[in-house]
Unconditional design. Structure first.
Length: 246
C-alpha cells in the first residue's frame, strides 16, 4: 500500500462501521425498502470493499510480516501442521459427499437441468411476502436480486450453475484438491440457501467449511493438495517493500 493511502484505512473502516450501526440498530434505522436504506447499504459496501483493497496492499509493507498477536499452539497446529490434515479428512469426506450427492440428484432428477422449473419455484417461494407471518427472505437486497433473476428468466442457466457447482465442490473436497477454496465455494452456496430462507443442513455445513477455510494450507494434505500446494508456491510469501530512508 502506498504510504499516502495507508492512513485512510482506519477512518474509512470507522465510517463503514458507523453506517452498519445505523442500518442494524433496533432504535433508529432506515425504513425497509427506503431510499435511505439503499444509499446506506451501497455506501457501506463501497467503503468495505475499499478497506479490504487497501489492506490487501498493506501486505507488502515492512511490518506486514510481524506477528503482533500470537495465537495458541493448538490453533497453529490445527491450521498449519500437515499432520492436522487427518483431523480435517473426515470433515472433507462428510462435506464432499453432501455436495456430491446433492448435485447428482439435481443432475439426474427433474426441474433442474431440463429447464430449471425447480429453481424457479424455489425463487418464487423465497421472494413471496405473506400477509401474515414472516417472509422467507430477511434482506431486501437479496429479494431484489432473486426477483431480477426471475424477471430475466435466468432459471435455465442458473440451475446448471448450481448443479455443476455442487458437483465440483463435492469432487474437490473428496479429492483434497484446493480444499480450502472448494470449502469457500461451498459456503457461498450455503449462504445463498440460508439467505433464501432454507435451513436444512446448511448451518452445519457452513460451520464445518469455516474450519476447512481456516486450515486451507493443510486441510487437503491427505489428498491432492499435498502435490498441488507446492506447485502453487505455498507457503506464499509476499514481496516486502523495503522502507525508504528519510
Amino acid at each position: 500500500m502506498s504510504s499516502r493511502y495507508r492512513p485512510l484505512v482506519t477512518p474509512l473502516a470507522l465510517i463503514a462501521a458507523a453506517i452498519l450501526v445505523y442500518m442494524e440498530n433496533p432504535w433508529f434505522f432506515p425504513a425497509q425498502g427506503s431510499t435511505e436504506g439503499t444509499i446506506a447499504a451501497i455506501a457501506f459496501w463501497v467503503l468495505a470493499i475499499g478497506v479490504v483493497f487497501l489492506m490487501f496492499g498493506d501486505r507488502t509493507t515492512t511490518d506486514a510480516t510481524v506477528v503482533e498477536v500470537e495465537g495458541p499452539a493448538f490453533t497453529r497446529y490445527l491450521f498449519s501442521n500437515t499432520r492436522a490434515g487427518l483431523f480435517w479428512l473426515p470433515i472433507r469426506i462428510f462435506l464432499g459427499f453432501e455436495w456430491l450427492v446433492a448435485g447428482w440428484h439435481k443432475l439426474v432428477g427433474h426441474g433442474w437441468t431440463d429447464g430449471g422449473a425447480a429453481v424457479l419455484g424455489y425463487w418464487q417461494h423465497a421472494v413471496s411476502i405473506p400477509e401474515k407471518g414472516t417472509a422467507p427472505i430477511t434482506f431486501d437486497w437479496y429479494r431484489t436480486f432473486l426477483q431480477l433473476l426471475i424477471d430475466n428468466g435466468a432459471q435455465g442457466w442458473f440451475a446448471w450453475l448450481i448443479v455443476l457447482g455442487e458437483l465440483l465442490v463435492g469432487i474437490a473436497l473428496l479429492a483434497g484438491a484446493l480444499a480450502g477454496f472448494a470449502a469457500f465455494a461451498g459456503i457461498v452456496m450455503n449462504m445463498s440457501y440460508l439467505l433464501a430462507g432454507s435451513t436444512s443442513v446448511n448451518p452445519i455445513m457452513f460451520a464445518l467449511a469455516i474450519g476447512l477455510i481456516l486450515g486451507w494450507r493443510v486441510a487437503g494434505y491427505y489428498g491432492l493438495d499435498r502435490y498441488l500446494m507446492p506447485k502453487l508456491g505455498v507457503p506464499w510469501k509476499a514481496k516486502v517493500v523495503a522502507a525508504s530512508k528519510s
